[in-house]
Design a binder for this molecule. Sequence first.
Ligand code: PMP
Length: 359
Amino acid sequence: MSEATTPRFRSVLDRFVAYKPGKVVVSPEGRSFKLSSNESPEGPLPSVLDAIAAAARNVNRYPDNNATALTEAIAGFCGVPADQVAVGCGSVGMTQMLLEAVAEPGTEVVYAWRSFEAYPLLVSLSGATGVQVALKDETHDLPAMADAITEKTRLVFLCNPNNPTGTVVGRAEIEAFLDRVPEDCLVVLDEAYREYVRDDEVPDGLTLVGDRPNLAVLRTFSKAYGLAGLRIGYLVAHPVVAGAIRKTFLPFSVNSVAQAAGIASLEATDELLERVERTVKERDRVHGALRADGWTVPPTEANFVWLRLGDRTMEFSAACDAQGVSVRPFEGEGARVSIGSPEENDAFLEVAKAFPHRN
Ligand code: PMP
């Protein structure tokens, strides 16, 4: 086709690079351990599988567009009224919904960098200007983020624990930051990894929402709840904020099987949190083994570790690939490695031990 026949696209697409998901690799021996997407290493619980099978019988019908039962179950779980909850197609879908609700050309969105890759992608699609604030010691620099807010700022993303570094900010720092944010600017506390946090200084975001109408807490069923393939995220905020975000919901984008699985998972929270406990133990083991082996690894409160490898990042990632261990490299910066099963973690630690240089 000649260029003249090409439809016209939005100019933001010229600079847009599509999201790159974690890859799967297979070693020459057929070994494949996926430690590139921070997923739960364990499959769904039997009770969740039963709920999925039961819901699957009715997929000739559209889902409940309001996800009423799931929203009520989440509200009950979080201890808030249902009008403070909005659900979406994964928390990445909710990130897009949030931007749809507040961002437009001429406005700014502030976030730390490096952080979750979907922020710059979705901000650029929204037409708003992304303002990146460098991490300090691999951690959010909240005073610098507050300094970066202008009268054009509509939204601030604060990822706690931060993806990909696993680092956290504590209650006092967050409260001091929130006190500096103008009331008409929304702060989104992205707590995708909240369930893995064991540091008492780190606040449960839900306790901060209270009477702050400009704070939204974002959570997901993809990590601790082990439902990454079903795509469910939710937000807890002031009813006015939750109501505005709900308006941007792509119709039916939380499907009926996902709704049923979400409800069944909340009913199985205790069992799922036992799994999380296993992951936390493994995280501490992996972190300790790397440090003992001479690696510099920032403290992590998430289900992954961050290795700052600079220009050796791709070499390290290739060494992992060769052993069938897929990690998430960020070229020139470092590699994020998810905590998997003990066997998967041992395979990763073996590669790390054999890697000729330390970071
Ligand atoms: N927020 C953060 C910080 C993440 O790391 C991720 C997943 N990598 C998400 C949101 C999105 O998760 P999901 O869309 O699966 O809910």
